[in-house]
Design a protein around this ligand. Sequence first.
Ligand SMILES: [Zn+2]
Length: 232
Amino acid sequence: MHEDALKLHDLWRKDLARDKLLEESRGLKARIADRTAAVEDATKKLSSATDNLARLKGKERDANRKAETYTKRRDTAQRSIDQGLATDYEAAEGQVRQCSEILDEVETQQLELMEAVESGTETLERCTMTLALNKSQVIAAQKAYDDRYPSLKKDFDAATQIRDSARADIWKDLVQRYDELRKKRRPAFADIRNDSCTGCNVKVNATDLSTHRRAAELVTCRQCGRLLGEFL
Ligand SMILES: [Zn+2]
C-alpha cells in the first residue's frame, strides 16, 4: 500500500476517535435538550389539566347549587300541599312536578360531572407525576454532562492536537481530497476485496489494481471516490 494511503488512514482513525468524542458530547447535550422539551410539554399539559379540572369543579358546584334550589322549591310546594296551605293546589302540584323533572336532569348531570371530575383528577395526578419525572431527568442529564465534561474536553483537546499533527504530516492537496471525501461520505476509505471496492462493490480495473499492488500511488475508486487499500 502506498505510504500516503497509510498516512491518510492513520489520520482517518484519529479523526474517527475525535468524532466519537464529539458525538458523545452532542449526545449528552441532546439528552438535556430532549428532556427540557419534555418538561415544557408536561408543564403545558399540567396547566391544561388544572384548568380543565377547575372548569369541571365549577360546573359541579353550579349543578349542586341548582339541585339545592330546586329541592327546596319542590319541598316547599309539597309542604304547602301536605299542610293544606296551598292557595292554588293545582299550581303547587305543577311546581312539584316541574321541580322533580328538573332535579332528575340535574342528578344525571351531577353523576356525569362526578365521573368527569374523578377522571380529571386522575389526569392531573398523572401530569404532575410526568412533570416531576421529566424534571428529574433534566437534572440527571445535566449532571451526566457536567460530570463527563471536564474529561471529555480534555480528551477532545488531546484528540484534536493528535489529529492536527497527523494532518500537518500529509501533503496539503491530499488532505484536501481527504476532507472532501469525508464531507461526502463516511468512511472515506474502502478495502479492495475480490478485486472490488468494498464501498460500492464495483470492480476495480486492472490498471488501478496494479498501481495499488505496486504501491506506486494512492488509488481512488472510480465509482464512489473512496480511497482504496486493505485498511479495514
Ligand atoms: Zn467504490
